[in-house]
Design a binder for this molecule. Structure first.
Ligand code: ATP
Length: 247
């Protein structure tokens, strides 16, 4: 069984069908990039996986447990357990401005898991080392660049030992010269076999790091294939048009 299984997801806002019968799977250790035009439903789909959006119908199963099955959501305690398997990284970092970098990392495991501070400190130091920010542990977010903030956000997500990391346009709010440092951390995670689902406009990431690329348009998955196939020889005309491959 795949680590994430999504079947026939449907969601609409008033008259707008944002997700129309979306189905896909994510295997353990796989990196999946979701690309597509603005407004195609990519963020809504990603946010549905961690219950930041509710869907109208369909099934989402993570690691064998259903968050929602045929439109019926699990009990709150189960929802908490299922969503805890996933860490989320947002476009605008969502760091707590009044907490230092280190405090941002340690807050959730301390409050949610009641972890002892010695263990937390060891893990937060190691993770800050990993994202190359060991020297900024006591800085407040306002003192960091966008690239540094996003690396803190990734380290914070990793503090909860997620099985899956979800990224919602992680470099879209960054100055172009800062995207590389964030993409490097993401590539390192991919090399370490982290399972990742990444909504992105960063075609280089989709091409070079992702194992599979899903192209969405107007609430539908139009094509899902290897980067080589999608970027060199897409089957669908809409994919070709989006990638500028039409003759
Ligand atoms: N709370 C909401 N109420 C009404 N419409 C919404 C709401 N949230 C999103 N939408 C609409 O749903 C559609 C899909 O939005 P979504 O953010 O999922 O697309 P996206 O593919 O991630 O786009 P982008 O690349 O611009 O972030 C858009 O048309 C958007 O305007």
């Amino acid at each position: 069984m795949a680590l994430i299984e999504v079947t026939n997801l449907i969601k609409s806002y008033d008259r707008l069908d944002v997700l129309k019968q979306i189905s896909f799977t994510v295997e353990r250790n796989e990196v999946v990039a979701i690309i597509g035009p603005s407004g195609s439903g990519k963020s809504t789909l990603l946010r549905s996986l961690v219950h930041l959006e509710t869907i109208d119908n369909g099934t989402i199963t993570v690691d064998g447990s259903s968050l929602v099955k045929n439109g019926v959501y699990a009990k709150p305690k189960e929802i908490k357990e299922i969503t805890a398997k996933m860490g989320m990284v947002f476009q605008h970092f969502n760091l707590f401005p009044h907490l230092t970098v280190k405090q941002n990392l340690e807050l959730a495991p301390k409050l949610v898991r009641k972890e002892a501070s010695g263990d937390l400190e060891k893990r937060s130091s190691a993770l800050l080392e990993k994202v190359d920010l060991a020297d900024r542990a006591d800085a407040f977010p306002a003192k960091l660049s966008g690239g540094q903030k996003q690396r803190v956000a990734i380290a914070r997500a990793l503090m909860m030992n997620p099985e899956i990391l979800l990224f919602d346009e992680p470099t879209s709010a960054l100055d172009p010269e800062l995207t590389g440092e964030v993409l490097k951390v993401m590539k390192d995670l991919a090399d370490e076999q982290m399972t990742m689902v990444v909504v992105t406009h960063e075609m280089a990431f989709a091409k070079e790091v992702a194992d599979r690329v899903i192209f969405m348009d107007k609430g539908e998955i139009i094509e899902s294939d290897s980067p080589a196939q999608i970027f060199k020889n897409p089957k669908n005309e809409r994919t070709k048009a989006f990638l500028g491959l039409l003759e």
